[in-house]
Design a protein around this ligand. Sequence first.
Ligand SMILES: *[C@@H]1O[C@H](CO)[C@@H](O)[C@H](O)[C@H]1NC(C)=O
Ligand SMILES: *[C@@H]1O[C@H](CO)[C@@H](O)[C@H](O)[C@H]1NC(C)=O
Ligand SMILES: *[C@@H]1O[C@H](CO)[C@@H](O)[C@H](O)[C@H]1NC(C)=O
Ligand SMILES: *[C@@H]1O[C@H](CO)[C@@H](O)[C@H](O)[C@H]1NC(C)=O
Ligand SMILES: *[C@@H]1O[C@H](CO)[C@@H](O)[C@H](O)[C@H]1NC(C)=O
Ligand SMILES: *[C@@H]1O[C@H](CO)[C@@H](O)[C@H](O)[C@H]1NC(C)=O
Ligand SMILES: *[C@@H]1O[C@H](CO)[C@@H](O)[C@H](O)[C@H]1NC(C)=O
Length: 807
Amino acid sequence: MGKVSSTKPETMANESTPLIQTVRVGPPRRRYPHNTVRRFCTIACASVLLCGFATFLLNAVYIWPSWRDHRHPHPPHHGHHGHPPHKGKRLSHEELQKILLDTPSSEKAEEWSRYYTAGAHLAGKNYSQAEWTKERWEEWGIKSSIVAYDVYINYPSDHSVSLLEKSSDTKTWDVAFKASLTEDVLEEDPTTSAEDKIPTFHGYSASGNVTGSFVYVNYGTYQDYADLVAAGIDFKGKIAIARYGGIFRGLKVKRAQELGAVGVLIYSDPGDDGEITEENGYAAYPEGPARNPSSVQRGSVQFLSSRPGDPTTPGYPSKPGVPRAPADETTPSIPSIPISYADALPLLKALNGHGPQASDLNKYWTKNLGLGYKGVKYNIGPSPDDVVINLFNEQEYVTTPQWDVIGIINGTIPNEVVVIGNHRDAWIVGGASDPNSGSAVLNEAVRSIGKALEAGWKPVRTIVFASWDGEEYGLVGSTEWVEEYLPWLSGANVAYVNVDGGASGPHFSASAAPLLNQVLRDATHLVPSPNQSVPGQSVGDVWDGKISTMGSGSDFTAFQDYAGIPSVDIGFGGNGSGPVYHYHSNYDSFHWMSEYADPGFVYHRTMAQVLGILIGELTDVIIIPFGATEYADALDGYLDKVEAKLQSVDTELATEAEIFAIRGSVTSEEVVGSQDAFEESLKRIRHSISEFRDKAAKLDEKAAWARDRLEDGIPWWNLFEKAKLGYTIATVNKQYKFIERHFLFEGGLDNRSWFKHVVFAPGLWTGYAGAVYPGLVESIDAKNYSNGLKWAEIINHAVEKATRSIE
Ligand SMILES: *[C@@H]1O[C@H](CO)[C@@H](O)[C@H](O)[C@H]1NC(C)=O
Ligand SMILES: *[C@@H]1O[C@H](CO)[C@@H](O)[C@H](O)[C@H]1NC(C)=O
Ligand SMILES: *[C@@H]1O[C@H](CO)[C@@H](O)[C@H](O)[C@H]1NC(C)=O
Ligand SMILES: *[C@@H]1O[C@H](CO)[C@@H](O)[C@H](O)[C@H]1NC(C)=O
Ligand SMILES: *[C@@H]1O[C@H](CO)[C@@H](O)[C@H](O)[C@H]1NC(C)=O
Ligand SMILES: *[C@@H]1O[C@H](CO)[C@@H](O)[C@H](O)[C@H]1NC(C)=O
Ligand SMILES: *[C@@H]1O[C@H](CO)[C@@H](O)[C@H](O)[C@H]1NC(C)=O
């Protein structure tokens, strides 16, 4: 096992800051000594000239990008067959926006959706979709290539789930029920009868053939298991039946495994579908909007909050021939299988009357018990010894190529890059929502940008489009790519924009690094909403405006949490009161999309407009459109949350101490360190944040000043003002670009050192949801205030570093 060394982000940051640009424009200055004028000038005069020349060059780089184009014309973009760029014409920002709003079409989006959902495209299994995507992008004028990684991955071979009962007279095991483990074929929905249908299985699940009595574990959260342990359930040799929801599925398996369980089944309870259930009188898909009882949620059971990416190449790209680590650090050792609620019913009913009922535990156990009307009493179990489940799971593990498609448009400023990505791989033949509504949307955005290039546009920043493979198994394609290009990305990447499921309903939702909040809000207000119940309203007007913190569960993770690149994740979806979304099921099909989720593909078009406009805002404006003050305010707000958690620590202590006592690891006496000292250290962070906020506000003011100057224009003779503007722009952009990097801690988080960001990480035991200041929060959870102090220092240092960087 060896580790390919990757350059430290901070080092890289220093290597290629825009200051280098000013240095790079240095050589021409050497011509001055030969300038006859200079010899007769005073020092002041020379300064003015230097100033003027610097201005000229800075303007050349930042203010009149066309200057470079005309001096060094680029060859026509590949793929512009017969459409050479209109030479000399440059698009105004408004003209660009018009193209980005006018180009996306519902018909085209529907065509792309139809293509991607026509055949199986499980990670590493469909090269032709990668090639097709590359060909389309090139057709639209974007130079593209396919980047391959050799990744460790599993494909399903065989499986079965049986309920076995020992007959009282013969003492032999009878199969009382055998789960179908397949989703019903529906006449109305051709995808469901596809010949290359993908079986129901879990990505990165372990093979195994296990038999044991079983326990209902609610959502399988850390606390759910803790409650069961507290109730005296011994998981050794048992099979856990968890319901989907709340946390990332892999963590349900992780905790079961830690507690000694031998297998896990995870089912979709209709109770979590809100109003739209058969119990409430809605017909099930395909007749109506309720969940089809046979639907199964496939998905990865990687331990996502420990580390995403190829489990065998921690922190370095999965290139052919690289050394491989064992996978067991981030993948389960016990088998698991996803099942439908139709298949779960007989298993849950077999628990009736055994052990306490959910309602005997606590309020967290009686939420959304959707199968009561089918006779399920939600007893915990365990099932008696003569009623067991046999779980058989056979997975084939291989190391096999996966293909990211990468398209690049060079910008005027070489070391400022914006990456826009969506994954292409799906668990099923369809995937009309996840991910291919995003893929259709991305294609329409790429096509729009291509149209703008054709009309003579040249972005200020380099644009990189990515169609990732392997997201579903563990963000594999994006993680390996970021690991490979980390040195370049650390120095150049300004922002990452992610779209996963892009359009499966009318409700816009977003999570973002706070630096990007404002540009995101601005973009949504430039795009008309398809909902014109109030005439003229924009996407931003209809949107509730909530921006979540970055967690994990999609391809922004390596950018945000590993490389410190401010990221945003956007899409339209349901809000829980529309048709049930058959996530990772055969019923996330083209038919479902066109009948229920986005009839007419209108939200596909709108999403492509939002994405295009956002790309335009990020790459066509000279000053990076970040809001540093909003970051400072967010840091302050997150600290409130930490303090609130600390205040309620006493009540938590009682239960957690109890749990740890039962498990025999930590006792209630084992509070480590002083809580008072820890609280003091939080005050120091608070103080540092307030200093950061002062500087951040000044930075935003400087940016606003420069923006105004750019807009108003500066008379040609005012060289000093021009130099000042050029210098300000270079400084502001450099400072904005690197703010987020300062929040990386090279040592990484406790026990999961791949995660480098000290502010954002997936929750250790939630996975999807974002944790803020994970080092502090986890120390409070562990009641280890010594560790909390350590983290307070690390965080304080990061805030101070960020403050110094923008002084
Ligand atoms: C790949 O995807 C295309 C388009 O969806 C489909 O037609 C084809 O059958 C798939 N190929 C494989 C090998 O699954
Ligand atoms: C699983 O193991 C049992 C014995 O423990 C055996 O009878 C059964 O055939 C095995 N199942 C498969 C599919 O190999
Ligand atoms: C972009 O710039 C790089 C490096 O300067 C160059 O190698 C590449 O060919 C350029 N790409 C395009 C599409 O012009
Ligand atoms: C449509 O817009 C109206 C007015 O803003 C709003 O009340 C309603 O919730 C919106 N409906 C959807 C589905 O977004
Ligand atoms: C979802 O959106 C619809 C339409 O805007 C609204 O009527 C409903 O109250 C929302 N439901 C939830 C759970 O937010
Ligand atoms: C790291 O994990 C080990 C073993 O699971 C645990 O005992 C330890 O407390 C963890 N350390 C921290 C700092 O969380
Ligand atoms: C508490 O944190 C300290 C410092 O990080 C560490 O050395 C120690 O092992 C931790 N103690 C426990 C019980 O996790």
